[in-house]
Design a protein around this ligand. Structure first.
Ligand SMILES: [Zn+2]
Length: 137
C-alpha cells in the first residue's frame, strides 16, 4: 500500500500504537503502513502486532475513556516495550531507514496538570493538545 509521499519513499518510519491499525506509520505523511510491506523478520512482526493489540489496556472505554486503576503503570510499560521494539526494527532495517518512536500519552494527559509545551515536546517529540477541562483544573 503506497503512502501519500511523493515517490512513495518510505524510509522515515514511526512506531506508534493505535486502535485497529498496524503499528508503523510513514513519519513524513503519517500514513498507516502495512507491516507485511516492510523487510522485517517474522518474529519481530509478530511481536509488533502483539504489542499494538495491547494498546489501550489502560483505557476504560466503557466509562468516558478514563484510565483503569493502575493505568499509568500499564501505559508506561507499553511505551517502554514499544521503544525496545523500535530499536530492534531500526537494527533490522539498517541505516537506509530512520525509525522513531512515539509514546502513548493518554494517561499522562488525562491525569496530570498541563506543563509547558517545551517539556512535553522534549519528552515525547510532539506538542501537547490539552482538553479544555484540564486547563481549568
Ligand atoms: Zn509518506
Amino acid at each position: 500500500m503506497p503512502c501519500f509521499c511523493e515517490k512513495n519513499d518510505r524510509t522515515e518510519l514511526r512506531v506508534e500504537a493505535d486502535v485497529a491499525a498496524d503499528p508503523v506509520w510513514c513519519h513524513r505523511c503519517s500514513c498507516n503502513l502495512e507491516l507485511e510491506d516492510l523487510p522485517l523478520s517474522k518474529k519481530l512482526r509478530t511481536e509488533l502486532m502483539n504489542w499494538v493489540l495491547r494498546y489501550g489496556e489502560w483505557i476504560d472505554w466503557d466509562h468516558d475513556d478514563r484510565l483503569v486503576p493502575g493505568g499509568l503503570v500499564l501505559e508506561t510499560a507499553h511505551n517502554k516495550e514499544g521503544k525496545r521494539l523500535t530499536e530492534r526494527m531500526q537494527q533490522e532495517l539498517g541505516a537506509d531507514f530512520r525509525v522513531v518512536f512515539r509514546s502513548s500519552v493518554f494517561g499522562w494527559l488525562m491525569y496530570r496538570k498541563p506543563v509547558p509545551a517545551e517539556a512535553v515536546y522534549s519528552l515525547y517529540g510532539i506538542l501537547p493538545i490539552y482538553p479544555p477541562w484540564l486547563l481549568s483544573m
